[in-house]
Design a protein around this ligand. Structure first.
Ligand SMILES: *Cc1c(COP(=O)(O)O)cnc(C)c1O
Length: 356
């Protein structure tokens, strides 16, 4: 705390991202990065963009990327907003739409960045409990609200919500924006994007960080009614005209154009997830069914913190989230088959069942 800080920033509680260790030898299963590298077409596009043109500012509208997203999802470019990672897109959406008379609603266990944005922008929120199976119940969001935000599939639980349930929520709230953060949707949930044609209050946010293997490039986008996109552009253009660099625009557009690579890596990852889920269940873990690239697990006889520490001693990083409702769980990102096997072997040893 410094006396030089303005009063408002003294009140902030920033989000704490998972560790990015400097030691290379670690098996890193703590921040849901894709274990596979980006498509070779992306790397070629980045190389092509690396040259004298870097002295020039990028296109402030990232038109090339917006057009690629629009073509991929069969919407118009005026329905697409692009930002420096979906975290930035989410922040702008909170700023643009959620500072209303009524509090916004979010699940009591969801992406822990949402309450951070509420603090930053002075937005009141109410947490709506998950059900006993850790699922979001659309009917519980019926009350009047200043907005609604949730991740689908939800994080850190990994559970998806059916498109019909999402629609029910959106249809019940024409007075406010419903923000659906689909960071993990490509790993097994239904996207709500087709619903944006019907509901002007729906905004769907995606990232290139997970299924497109580009966490290091920092690109995210939102799809919604042109009026919502125009609202986001107002915030963006009052903050930073060029959130996406030339490399980010070129690389992300190229990622959307390599469908074969995307499908291949996605299928590998889903197969690894299902295998690891069965292996962990066999070790006595309670494994929440996952539609993402991570598993949310809990062992009835072992503390999450103890397991995380024991894995760390074996040079394997997993995430032990401290947020209420997640303290007893570990969130384990799906790695390559070799990384998953390393984790499985380490847990067998830690739980003392290496002999069978
Ligand atoms: C990873 C993640 C994001 C952030 O993605 P970036 O595009 O890397 O900023 C947003 N929402 C959820 C739920 C995530 O897990």
């Amino acid at each position: 705390m410094s006396k030089l800080w303005s009063p408002s920033i003294r009140e902030l509680t920033p989000y704490v991202p998972g560790e990015q260790p400097r030691i290379a030898k670690l098996t890193k299963l703590n921040t849901n990065e894709n274990p596979y590298g980006p498509s070779p077409a992306v790397l070629a596009a980045l190389r092509d963009e690396t040259g004298d043109s870097l002295r020039l500012y990028p296109d402030p509208d990232a038109t090339r990327l917006k057009e690629a997203v629009a073509a991929y999802y069969k919407v118009s470019a005026a329905q697409v907003f692009a930002g420096n990672g979906s975290d930035e897109v989410l922040a702008h959406a909170f700023h643009a739409f959620f500072d209303q008379e009524l509090p916004i609603l979010m699940p009591d266990l969801t992406y822990s960045f949402y309450p951070v944005y509420c603090r930053l922008y002075g937005i009141a929120y109410e947490a709506v409990p998950l059900n006993h199976a850790k699922g979001i119940v659309a009917a519980d969001y019926g009350r009047p609200a200043g907005g609604i935000v949730f991740a689908n599939p939800n994080a850190p639980t990994g559970l998806p919500l059916a498109s019909a349930e999402v629609e029910r929520m959106v249809a019940a709230h024409p007075e406010c924006v419903v923000l659906v953060d689909e960071a993990y949707v490509d790993f097994g949930a239904e996207t709500a994007i087709p619903l944006v044609q019907k509901y002007p209050n729906l905004l769907v946010v995606h990232t290139f960080s997970k299924s497109r293997s580009l966490a290091g490039l920092r690109v995210g986008y939102a799809i919604g009614h042109p009026d919502l996109i125009a609202g986001l552009e107002r915030v963006k253009n009052s903050f930073n005209s060029y959130p996406l660099g030339r490399l980010a625009i070129a690389g992300a557009a190229a990622a959307l154009e390599d469908e074969a690579y995307f499908q291949e890596k996605r299928a590998l990852l889903i197969a690894s997830r299902e295998l690891l889920a069965a292996q962990l269940a066999a070790l006595g873990f309670d494994v929440t069914p996952s539609a993402t690239n991570f598993l949310f697990v809990q062992h009835p006889e072992h503390e999450a913190a103890t397991l995380a520490a024991a894995l760390r001693e074996r040079a394997i990083l997993v995430r032990h989230l401290k947020q209420p409702g997640a303290e007893r769980h570990l969130r384990i990102s799906i790695g390559t088959p070799d990384e998953c096997e390393l984790l499985h072997a380490a847990l067998r040893e830690i739980l003392g069942s290496a002999k069978d």
